[in-house]
Design a protein around this ligand. Sequence first.
Ligand code: ADP
Ligand code: MG
Length: 319
Amino acid sequence: MAEFDLIARIQSRVADRVTRRDDVIVGIGDDAAVLQVPAGMQLVVATDTLNAGVHFPPESAPADIGWKALAVNLSDLAAMGAEPAWCTLSLSLPDNDEAWLDAFLDGFLGLASQHRIALVGGDTTRGPLSISVTVHGFVAPGSALRRDAARVGDDVWVSGTLGDAAAALEQWRAGETGDARLRTRLDRPVPRVALGRALVGMAHACIDLSDGLLADLGHVCRGSGTGSDLDLDSLPASDALMAFANGDARRSLQVAGGDDYELCFTAPSNRLEDVQRLADSVGVQLSWVGRITAKQGVRAFDADALEWQPPRKGYEHFG
Ligand code: ADP
Ligand code: MG
């Protein structure tokens, strides 16, 4: 297949299966897409690239790669509290493999239709396997959830459970078959889009967890001119993670593992019950994990209120 045929294939799959949106005036097929931003809304834009061997194991199933390429981008929209609308897809492929492309699109377009996000354009080139996605969404003016909006005294919350994807990566690196529950968290992260939108008006600051809680909460704290105290025993862990690791090893995966794609947000402590109700209405587990402090830096404490240092190196954002 020539590049042109690959594009035609993408175009026909999109025409067949994906959410049609009235706000796509011109989609795939012209020199550029023409899109109608709803009156009075602000546009939110994010881009993330996945490179084979860096962001996913090279032998990952193409459907998983397609899913993840969009999921990590939707996670950025979720962290801003935005409603997804459109995306573009820049594909660098080592060869014109029709079966690979079809499977990739199964994952990509399957997730896209779940979130009513339309694929409106992109670029297709030959080269090392690399996927770059740009997503566009909307927020009401001034309502985006930002990193710089935490306030002293806020509670710190996280969605879901932490450390599963990092555990799966460790198993993969060790050459083990590994736990399928953990591997799914690595291959098919679930972007917390409904949660992010529901947090608008409730949360102060919000970020999605791609680099690990310590690093990402560190970004919130630096942006907000605050610090944070984390309660290690409150960190949520899945049954699969509990079975995989204990003690410091588990804590390290939870606070520094990365690839969680959960949301970490801060909210005033008088909204605690609202946050708990929200967990029920959105159907996502939300765990209180700490507090925003005036003292700078992110610290983590164990049950004895002793400050804990992660055993692994490389936490420039810690302390
Ligand atoms: P141009 O040469 O004008 O940049 P292309 O031949 O690259 O146009 O692309 C033709 C059309 O196909 C454009 O609308 C472009 O957005 C779309 N397109 C190309 N590659 C992809 C892709 N991987 N996914 C979605 N749309 C694509
Ligand atoms: Mg082009």
